[in-house]
Design a protein around this ligand. Structure first.
Ligand SMILES: NC(=O)c1ccc[n+]([C@@H]2O[C@H](COP(=O)([O-])OP(=O)(O)OC[C@H]3O[C@@H](n4cnc5c(N)ncnc54)[C@H](OP(=O)(O)O)[C@@H]3O)[C@@H](O)[C@H]2O)c1
Length: 424
């Protein structure tokens, strides 16, 4: 699991910092300064012999996970070392705190995702390349003289997806960043995972159903992929907003593990949790009838992360006029729908894509994120389970790529998240 202590831990290795360009090689005096420096998070008195990221000339050394061709992450991702100039004008230099590995990030590297960051040579790569990763939390390490809203030590997230977050350091324009207004009570993990999954869940619940707030606690949503980052966020937001949730998970390899996962989601605030086999069984109609107070409590929204038969089964439970919103396709199976659901129940089938939505509604995206942060600070929104992948200056690129490769494996104990450990 993620530990904030690890995040702030200092690098232990001794390294005389060497910039990408030989003209930036650091001499002995600077290394001595570096060794005497007391980085954050290090117990006083401990001699820290870390690498210095900012050279005598103000250049920041950086590494980025880049790709120049589409393919499997383990085959196409490589670690590219480069230098970042001191920021000028409205530029901001950043250091990575934490960046998750989401399914869409992998699809993007595979070339099967509709949004494709352009391949460029701006980082000095031999071939044009894109930096992978779409969300993450960064800390401001320096700002250009024209920067108005940010200062050293602030935490930021990317305004849009596609800006490339799997990198130790970055230089962005102030306009590309969202400042975390009050980082108190928040961890890098929470900040680094807020902009995709919680925002997706939030908007789908709010924007695709005209909930009858006078019937709080009597209306339902149903979702598959309930153990996903989006699914867990939906459970907690719905609980806060008085909406009951019927959640579908995949069976684990044994009944005990399945029960443990059900309990985990019930503890988060799920009203009911069923397995995919239960969803697809002939008895499911009766299960729903019982759960919904003999059908008196309508299921007014469906959230589809999976597709295939699972999506069809969700749709069949919906009350007339309801929406089934598709946001993921984890089974890779198409969504097929009985015509009767359209003709006689007037169901509406939508898709939602948070990237597009966020680009169109940047102010709403920020206010949605602020709302989620408020819930987190109030202890009402728990972190997604994660598997922390430590990234230090010396971490091998192949190891990082291997971690990315595992993202689509499923049945994971937690979402993979890069946590950068640095001393500067
Ligand atoms: N449209 C949007 O704007 C948007 C935004 C965010 C996410 N998404 C999409 O939503 C999906 C989930 O993303 P996430 O980041 O929340 O995922 P995540 O936390 O990484 O979890 C992935 C989920 O997918 C499930 N899964 C994997 N393979 C499956 C299969 N063959 N059949 C059924 N379920 C399967 C896993 O189930 P287990 O728990 O059983 O392993 C897990 O719950 C992805 O498709 C992602 O691209 C879309």
């Amino acid at each position: 699991m993620f530990s904030s202590g690890a995040l702030r831990g200092a690098a232990d290795s001794v390294r005389s910092a060497t910039a990408a360009s030989s003209s930036l090689r650091i001499g002995a005096p600077l290394v001595r300064t570096c060794v005497q420096q007391q980085p954050r998070g290090v117990a006083s008195g401990r001699m820290l012999e870390g690498r210095r990221y900012i050279t005598a000339y103000g250049y920041t050394q950086a590494k980025a996970l880049v790709y120049s061709n589409y393919g499997e992450p383990k085959d196409v991702l490589r670690l590219h070392k480069h230098s970042i100039s001191p920021p000028h004008g409205t530029q901001v230099n950043l250091r990575l705190l934490a960046a998750p590995m989401n399914p869409a990030d992998v699809n993007q590297i595979q070339g099967v995702y509709p949004a494709k960051p352009p391949f460029e040579t701006t980082l000095g790569t031999g071939e044009p390349a894109a930096v992978a990763g779409n969300e993450g939390a960064f800390e401001v390490i320096s700002t250009g003289s024209g920067v108005k809203s940010l200062s050293k030590g602030d935490w930021v997230i990317m305004k849009r997806t596609g800006q490339g977050t799997w990198r130790t350091h970055a230089q962005m324009d102030e306009s590309q960043l969202i400042k975390v207004e009050d980082k108190n009570g928040l961890t890098p993990l929470q900040v680094g995972t807020v902009s995709v999954n919680p925002v997706t869940a939030y908007r789908m619940i709010k924007d695709f159903c005209d909930w009858d707030w006078l019937r709080s606690g009597e209306e339902w949503l149903i979702q598959n992929g309930a153990n996903s980052g989006v699914g867990r966020a939906a459970i907690q937001l719905a609980r806060e907003w008085g909406i009951k949730t019927l959640n579908v998970i995949r069976e684990r390899s044994n009944p005990e593990e399945t029960e443990a996962l059900k309990k985990d989601l019930l503890d988060l605030g799920a009203t009911a949790v069923v397995t995919e086999s239960e969803l697809l069984s002939a008895d499911f109609k009766n299960i729903v009838h019982e759960l919904t107070n003999k059908g008196k409590e309508p299921i007014r929204l469906g959230l589809n992360c999976v597709g295939g038969k699972s999506a069809t089964a969700l749709a069949k439970t919906l009350a007339p006029g309801s929406h089934l919103v598709t946001y993921g396709a984890m089974s890779k199976q198409p969504v097929s729908l009985p015509s009767g659901l359209l003709i006689f129940k007037n169901l509406v089938f939508d898709g939602f894509w948070v990237s597009k939505w966020g680009d169109k509604h940047p102010d709403m995206k920020e206010s949605t994120i602020r709302d989620v942060f408020q819930l987190i600070r109030a202890g009402k929104f728990k972190d997604v389970p994660v598997q922390e992948v430590k990234w230090t200056w010396d971490t091998d690129g192949a190891k990082l790529a291997e971690e990315v490769q595992g993202t689509l494996g499923g049945f994971r104990a937690g979402k993979g998240i890069f946590v950068f450990e640095s001393d500067d």
